[in-house]
Design a protein around this ligand. Structure first.
Ligand code: AMP
Ligand code: GLY
Length: 428
C-alpha cells in the first residue's frame, strides 16, 4: 500500500518512522515533510490546502491511504472531499470527516457534546458577539481564575486564563467585539477553572470500536517549572506515572466509551486518532479539550511505544475491522526532549546548521522544523521546534537521562531545551 502523510512536524516524522517499519508499506510520501521524513520516504512539495492538487498526486502515485497529521485539513473537510469524489472514495483516510472534526474545530460544539453524553468537563456557558453584555454579566458570577476560549481554531492560542475580573472583561470584549482571534472568537466559551495535573490520552478508532494508546504528559511552557509563554510543546513523557489502572479505568468508562458511543449516536463517522486533553482533579479525569489528531510532541514518545504494525492498524481502521487487531505496547518509558530555536515561541531565526545528528547513540531523532539542502546535504533549522530526542528507559529517570545526553550531542546556534522534564511527576 502506498501512503501519503500530510504534515511537516515531529508527529509526522514519528508516523513516517513507524510506518516505514511495516512489511505492507509500498511507497511512502510526505507532504511537505521535513529533513527527517525524507529518510523514510519521499517529501513532496504539494500545496496541501489545494485538494485538486492532492487528488492529482494521489491518483498518479496510486496512493491507497492518506494519513492526516494536523487538524486544519480535517476541520476543513479533506476527508469529505475524498469521500465525495468517485475516483478517491476508495482511498483510506486516517482522520475524521469535517462534522466529527468539529470536536476540535468548535469548543462550543465539543462542550455541547460532552453535556449531552454526560462526559465530565468544566461547567461553562457560550456567548456570541451579540451577547457580550450577557457574557460580562456571566463573568461576574464566576470565581477567578477565568477561562476564556475562542470557539474556533486559533493555532493553539485561543485559550486565555485571566487572574482578575478586569483582565477577563477586557479579553472578552477583545474577543467578541474586536475579533481578537478573527472568526474563531465570534463565539467564546467561558468555563470554570479546574485545578489539577494535565494528561494526554489517545485512542485510534474505526468509528465502532477503539484501541487505547499509551498516555503521555506534554510540557507546554517555555520555561522550567512550567513558567513563561505557551509553546507547541517542549517535550513529552509516556506513560504518565499517575495514570495507573484505576485512573485509566475512569478515563475509559467516563470519557472514552461515552465519546465513541456519542459519535455513533450522532451519526458522526470517525476514523483516526482522537486525543483527549484531560486534567486529573484529585483522582478524577475531566476533559479540557478534544483534538481530532495525534498530539505533538506526544506522538514522539507514544508512537515509538507501539510495538505492533501501525500500518496494519490503520488498514483495519479504514476497513472497519479494528476490533480484530491486537495493539502491543512497549512497557518501558519513552521521553522526548524538544530542542528549539533561540527566541521561540517569540521571534527566532531559521537556517542555522545543525551538527551532531549522526553522533547520536541510543536515542531516536525526530525532526520537526528542519530542512535539508538538496545539493550539500546540510540539515538546518527551519522552525521554532527543531528536533525531538526520544529515548527509552526502564524508568522515567533513565529514559530522561539518555535523552538529555543526546540533547547535548546535537547542536545549533541558539539551541534551547528545558532541563526539567518530569519535574512534576517525580513525587507522585
Ligand atoms: P487548550 O487550548 O484547550 O488545550 O487549552 C490550553 C491550556 O489551557 C490547557 O492545556 C490547560 O492548561 C488550560 N486550560 C484550559 N481549560 C482549562 C480549565 N477549564 N481549567 C484549567 N485550565 C484550563
Ligand atoms: N501537545 C498538544 C497538542 O498536540 O495539541
Amino acid at each position: 500500500m502506498n501512503v501519503l502523510i500530510l504534515g511537516s512536524g515531529g508527529r509526522e516524522h514519528a508516523f513516517a518512522w513507524k510506518l516505514s517499519q511495516s512489511v505492507g508499506l509500498g511507497h511512502l510520501f510526505i507532504a511537505p515533510g521535513n529533513a527527517g521524513t525524507s529518510q523514510h520516504g519521499k517529501n513532496i512539495d504539494l500545496d496541501t490546502g489545494n485538494y485538486p492538487e492532492v487528488k492529482e498526486f494521489v491518483l498518479s502515485e496510486d496512493v491507497g491511504m492518506l494519513v492526516v497529521g494536523p487538524e486544519v485539513p480535517l476541520v476543513d473537510g479533506i476527508h469529505d472531499f475524498f469521500k465525495a469524489d468517485p475516483e478517491l472514495s476508495k482511498v483510506m483516510v486516517i482522520g475524521p470527516v469535517k462534522a466529527a472534526a468539529m470536536l476540535e474545530g468548535s469548543k462550543d460544539f465539543a462542550k455541547e457534546f460532552m453535556k449531552k453524553y454526560d462526559i465530565p468537563t468544566a461547567a461553562y456557558a457560550t456567548f456570541t458577539s451579540d451577547e457580550l453584555g450577557k457574557g460580562l454579566e456571566f463573568l461576574k458570577s464566576m470565581k477567578p481564575p477565568y477561562v476564556l476560549k475562542a470557539d474556533g481554531l486559533a493555532a493553539g492560542k485561543g485559550v486565555l486564563i485571566c487572574s482578575t475580573i478586569e483582565e477577563a472583561e477586557k479579553e472578552l470584549i477583545a474577543m467578541l467585539r474586536d475579533a481578537k482571534f478573527g472568526k474563531a472568537s465570534q463565539k467564546v466559551v467561558i468555563e470554570e477553572f479546574l485545578k489539577g495535573i494535565e494528561i494526554s490520552c489517545f485512542v485510534l478508532t474505526d468509528g465502532k470500536t477503539y484501541k487505547i494508546l499509551p498516555s503521555a504528559k506534554d510540557y507546554k511552557r517555555i520555561g522550567e517549572g512550567d513558567t513563561g509563554l505557551n509553546t507547541g510543546g517542549m517535550g513529552s513523557i509516556s506513560p504518565v506515572p499517575f495514570a495507573g489502572p484505576e485512573f485509566m479505568q475512569k478515563v475509559e468508562h467516563q470519557i472514552i466509551a461515552p465519546t465513541i458511543r456519542g459519535l455513533i449516536d450522532e451519526g458522526l463517522e470517525y476514523k483516526g486518532f482522537l486525543f483527549f486533553g484531560l486534567i486529573n482533579v484529585e483522582g478524577d479525569p475531566y476533559v479540557i479539550e478534544y483534538n481530532v489528531r495525534m498530539g505533538d510532541p506526544e506522538a514522539e514518545s507514544v508512537i515509538p511505544r507501539i510495538k505492533s504494525d501501525l500500518l496494519q492498524h490503520f488498514i483495519a481502521v479504514g476497513d472497519g475491522t479494528l476490533a480484530q487487531e491486537h495493539l502491543l505496547t512497549d512497557p518501558r518509558f519513552a521521553t522526548a526532549i524538544m530542542l528549539v530555536s533561540g527566541g521561540y515561541p517569540g521571534a527566532y531565526e531559521k537556517g542555522k546548521d545543525i551538527h551532531g545528528i549522526n553522533d547520536v547513540e541510543g536515542s531516536i531523532v525526530f525532526h520537526a522544523g528542519t530542512s535539508r539542502d538538496e545539493k550539500t546535504g546540510v540539515i538546518s533549522t527551519n522552525g521554532g521546534r527543531v528536533i525531538a530526542v526520544t529515548s527509552f528507559g526502564e524508568s522515567m529517570k533513565e529514559a530522561l537521562r539518555q535523552s538529555y545526553v543526546n540533547a547535548s550531542v546535537i547542536d545549533f546556534e541558539g539551541k534551547y531545551f528545558r532541563k526539567d522534564l518530569g519535574f512534576d511527576l517525580k513525587f507522585l
